[in-house]
Design a protein around this ligand. Structure first.
Ligand SMILES: [Zn+2]
Length: 73
């Protein structure tokens, strides 16, 4: 028998992490200062590829997120 409860646990954790990520990025996009969740240093935000991508990076490199933006607004 396969224990399916293991899988549902996993996807719940994934969904939670995804929501946390979304909130985190929302804060950045609304212009708030956001610190790295690991080293607590202020994140550096820059636009890439003519503003179609947003990069969040901390000095130590533990946060390095690249986001695709929905075209020019
Ligand atoms: Zn960091």
């Amino acid at each position: 028998m396969i224990d399916f409860s293991y899988f549902s646990d996993l996807s719940q954790q994934k969904a939670k992490a995804f929501n946390q990520e979304k909130n985190y990025i929302k804060r950045v996009l609304s212009g708030k200062d956001v610190n790295c969740r690991q080293c607590d240093k202020l994140l550096n935000i820059q636009f890439l590829n003519d503003g179609t991508q947003l990069q969040l990076q901390c000095k130590n490199g533990c946060t390095d997120i690249i986001l695709d933006l929905d075209g020019p607004s």
